[in-house]
Design a protein around this ligand. Structure first.
Ligand SMILES: Nc1ncnc2c1ncn2[C@@H]1O[C@H](COP(=O)(O)OP(=O)(O)OP(=O)(O)O)[C@@H](O)[C@H]1O
Ligand SMILES: [Mg+2]
Length: 277
């Protein structure tokens, strides 16, 4: 079967007064209908990689690649208008900060309904039912009340669940989830991941799961990319992550705080061992 996503030599560059700054530096990977985790420190280029796939890197940022195809469609040559039927409907992205992604002047129910109606024609009653069912499945206890609220009226954690509902309701082929559960407590986090998992299994959805949480990613994903300063430094099966060999990955593993913690200082990552000049 051909891969869902093929990326070769992806680069994202921002102009700065001191010259161009490359924040994604020649990234390549393919994705099937599987769960791929991307981990790495803050600033390593995880979100920029996700946004590049949807062509959502804003100017003056520039994206180039030798290949960027989704389901055989060349995304590089697609215009803004041609991206519209893909974005949201076939590829969805749960953004890192829901506060910036929800429309402040639309109720939660209206925006979830819109996420569905942009791509399908459905009778109003069915739309309402699907919105309420979706809210329920992201574990919102009283969906009818919450549907009538505006984004500023809900907590960060609930905002994140609303975002997830919005992204899942059109049942995309590929979901890019950027720290989707970081504002949720552990039990809700597990439930939300179950919902995503169900879609991966039932629909054969592909998933790119971006996270700081190595434990979460290694238990939840099939395969993992470790990024450092815009590059993939390690690629492994999820089950092998904790035995990874690369010094950067070892450093990340060593900095996972443990419950039986006795040390007083967290280890500092030593980048000099593998950094490029
Ligand atoms: N508009 C911009 N201009 C210049 N540099 C930018 C801009 N937006 C992002 N960057 C830089 O791009 C790099 C990669 O950012 P990105 O958001 O992809 O990191 P990340 O891995 O998602 O980090 P985090 O874990 O904190 O979300 C960062 O060093 C960031 O400072
Ligand atoms: Mg990010």
């Amino acid at each position: 079967m051909k891969p869902l996503l093929e990326i070769e030599n992806l680069r994202v560059t921002f102009p700065t007064p001191r010259g161009d700054l490359e924040v994604v530096r020649g990234l390549s990977f393919t994705l099937g209908r599987e769960r791929l985790g991307i981990v790495g420190e803050s600033g390593s280029g995880k979100s920029m990689t996700g946004r590049s796939i949807l062509k959502l890197v804003r100017a003056p940022g520039k994206v180039t690649a030798d290949k960027l195809t989704f389901d055989g469609i060349d995304l590089l040559t697609r215009s803004e208008r041609q991206m519209r039927p893909i974005r949201g409907a076939r590829i969805s992205m749960v953004m890192q900060d829901p506060k910036f992604s929800l429309n402040p002047v639309m109720t939660i129910g209206e925006q979830i309904a819109e996420a569905l109606l942009t791509h399908q024609r459905l009778p109003r009653r069915e739309v309402n039912n699907r919105v309420l069912t979706m809210l329920e499945s992201v574990r919102i206890a009283d969906p009818e009340r919450v549907a009538k609220l505006y984004p500023h009226e809900v907590s960060g954690g609930m905002g994140q669940r609303v975002m997830i509902a919005m992204m899942l309701i059109p049942e995309p082929d590929l979901l890019i989830a950027d720290e989707p559960t970081s504002a949720l407590d552990v039990s809700v986090q597990a439930q939300v991941l179950d919902i995503i998992d169900e879609l991966v299994k039932r629909k054969g959805m592909g998933l790119i799961f971006i996270s700081h949480d190595l434990n979460l990613v290694s238990s939840y994903c099939d395969r993992i990319l470790v990024m450092n300063t815009g590059e993939v430094v390690e690629e492994c099966q999820a089950g092998e992550l904790m035995n990874a060999k690369h010094p950067y990955t070892r450093g990340l593993i060593a900095s996972i705080p443990r419950l039986d913690e006795t040390r007083t200082e967290l280890p500092v990552l030593d980048r000099s061992a593998w950094a490029k000049k």
